[in-house]
Design a protein around this ligand. Structure first.
Ligand code: DON
Length: 563
């Protein structure tokens, strides 16, 4: 009883303090040399151990990617894909695309019924939702080009983790329970996650450990041509899927030129197509650059307005112009030019919202020469990698291959199944993102690295579907414009607009009542329901004293580890 009243008193005191004094900053992990920040402490630790052994950020990328497949099956994966943006300590930058691809047997209308309507759930739940996975190719390609440690050193700790097991967190127990009815629907039999897992239980992954052991022994080909490939294709086809051995054999991760642009004194390096992340981020930042955001104030009415209007225009363009640049022409240079964005913002006014129904994509002359998780790594040599990887929805298609020990993605839903019909993130697409065999589906993933005065300054990214781009945007602005530290920048409430639906999504209870009233009075529609989650950001900031601050999003179990 006494304990309870002390607690009550302390809480009241805290509430009191919160309303009367400026909150003390929430400082993230400070480290002298290196940080790995990811969705699970087990994965961050494996990454950092690789760095302590003398490995570089690319070795740590390979290890963290694989470790997340074990420790965070919600989104970490072997059965999905992703993107990496990197900056080496000599300033060299680049990007790797290990996005999933449409199977050879895929077709434009594969998710439509005879009347041409989208068949609900076909692109999101079950085997038909699966794209050809790219993550293992991503790991091997990264290691081949930039790795410094032998691959055994990287894969062995992950195998040990899979054998030893991973403790279930409170949030994870809740998520597994939530998705169990869908596991039942998507799989013929019960799966590892059908059990009533409780907080603090330990889940062991023997099948995944064996898959990783075979990959360690036989290398890249094991997953794309060998025993694992055969077992995977048999499993998929037994379940009525269309992925073949040829699909796997033909898969390749591709090195891409990242999108780069300046905002004030920052140089931003982010992901190029088939992700929309870098282009949209550039368009939004170009759109807001002329305004004095500091003067508007953090998360105040005019600040939210100008960002919303720039987002609206960028997402309208995204839905029309963006797709896999290997298949369609993406007018990148025009879209990210300052002149074009300025022209797009010409009809914006503070007195009333632009209606999305009255706004379409911009005019560009087409003659110009087209459930996710993020981890950020900085190593002791000053190399940085920013990786976002995904199965798309939580546990992807919910199809779990018991034999191999991993979930398969439902990335096919990121294509536009039918022009004008929204996907699971409410995003609308057009011809540029229609399904074509072997094409990569458009993404919003925005792994990003920011330079200031030519030096590494921030490594940042997040999951969150369509909200990824706007969460990365706000995190950068929180630090650059409002001087928040890395952790505090991540903690701040976020909002999001994506052209359609025409509303501003806001994290519940995160914004001033006065601001919300003002926005409503001007004519904005606010959506404060808690779905979708507006990001789980992982960031690393290089501080003026050259130390690093790792920020891990408290919205999840995310953790920074460093030394
Ligand atoms: O590539 C994309 O944009 C989506 N597949 C990302 C999915 C995602 O972030 C889910 N996490 N909340």
């Amino acid at each position: 009883m006494k304990k309870i009243s002390v607690l009550l008193f302390t809480s009241l005191l805290l509430i009191q303090c919160k309303t009367t004094t400026k909150p003390t900053p929430d400082i993230g992990l400070i480290a002298d040399k290196a940080i790995v920040v990811s969705a699970r402490v087990e994965a961050s630790k494996i990454g950092i151990e690789i760095l302590k052994k003398g490995g570089n950020a690319f070795d740590a990328m390979a290890a963290t990617q694989l470790a997340l497949a074990v420790a965070y099956p919600f989104a970490g994966n072997l059965g999905g894909g992703g993107f990496m943006v990197y900056r080496k300590n000599n300033g060299e930058i680049g990007a790797l695309d290990f996005r999933e691809k449409a199977p050879i047997a895929a077709s434009r209308d594969m998710y439509l019924d005879e009347s041409g309507n989208v068949i609900e759930g076909k692109s999101t739940l079950g085997i038909m939702a699966v794209g050809v996975p790219g993550s293992v190719a991503g790991v091997f390609e990264t290691h081949k080009k930039f790795g410094s440690l032998p691959i055994e050193d990287i894969i062995k700790p992950v195998i040990e983790l899979a054998k030893k097991g991973v403790q279930v967190t409170k949030k994870q127990a809740r998520t597994i329970k939530k998705y169990q009815p869908l596991f039942l629907e998507a799989n013929k039999d019960s799966i590892l996650f059908s059990k009533q897992w409780q907080e603090n239980d330990s889940i062991k992954y023997p099948a995944l450990a064996q898959t990783l052991e075979r990959i360690l022994k036989n290398g890249y080909d094991e997953f794309y041509k060998g025993e694992t490939a055969k077992r995977l294709v048999n499993f998929i086809q037994d379940n009525g899927g269309i992925i073949t051995m040829e699909d796997l054999a033909k898969y390749e991760a591709k090195w891409r030129k990242p999108i780069t642009f300046n905002y004030d004194d920052l140089k931003i390096i982010s992901m190029s197509p088939p992700s929309s992340g870098g282009i949209c981020l550039a368009q939004i930042l170009n759109g807001i650059e002329p305004y004095d955001l500091k003067k508007f104030g953090h998360n105040q009415t005019k600040y939210i307005q100008v960002i919303t209007e720039a987002e609206r225009r960028a997402y309208a363009d995204r839905s029309h112009f963006l797709g896999d640049a290997d298949f369609v022409h993406v007018p990148t240079d025009s879209l990210i030019s300052k002149a074009y964005t300025k022209h797009r913002m010409d009809n914006f006014s503070f007195s009333k919202p632009t209606k999305s129904s009255e706004l379409t994509h911009g005019n560009i002359e087409l003659i110009e020469s087209d459930e996710t998780t993020h981890y950020s790594i900085v190593d002791a040599f000053g190399n940085a990698v920013s990786v976002t990887t995904t199965l798309n929805g939580a546990f992807g298609s919910k199809v779990y291959c018991e034999d191999l020990g991993f979930f398969l993605n439902n990335e096919m839903d990121d294509f536009s199944s039918k022009p004008g019909t929204p996907n699971m993130f409410g995003l609308i697409g057009a011809k540029a993102n229609e399904i074509v065999p072997q094409k990569r589906m458009l993404s919003s993933m925005t792994p990003t690295i920011v330079e200031k005065n030519g030096n590494l300054w921030m490594v940042v990214g997040t999951p969150g579907g369509s909200t990824i781009i706007t969460s990365v945007l706000q995190t950068i602005l929180n630090v650059h414009e409002f001087d928040f530290g890395m952790q505090d920048a991540i903690n701040q409430s976020r909002f999001h607009h994506q052209w359609l639906p025409d509303d501003i999504k806001m994290e519940p209870n995160g914004f001033d009542e006065k601001v919300k009233k003002e926005l409503k009075d001007i004519g904005y529609i606010l959506d404060e329901t808690n779905s979708p989650v507006i990001g789980k950001v992982e960031g690393i900031l290089v501080l003026p004293n050259k130390k690093l601050e790792g920020g891990a999003d408290h919205r999840g179990d995310d953790t920074a580890v460093g030394y």
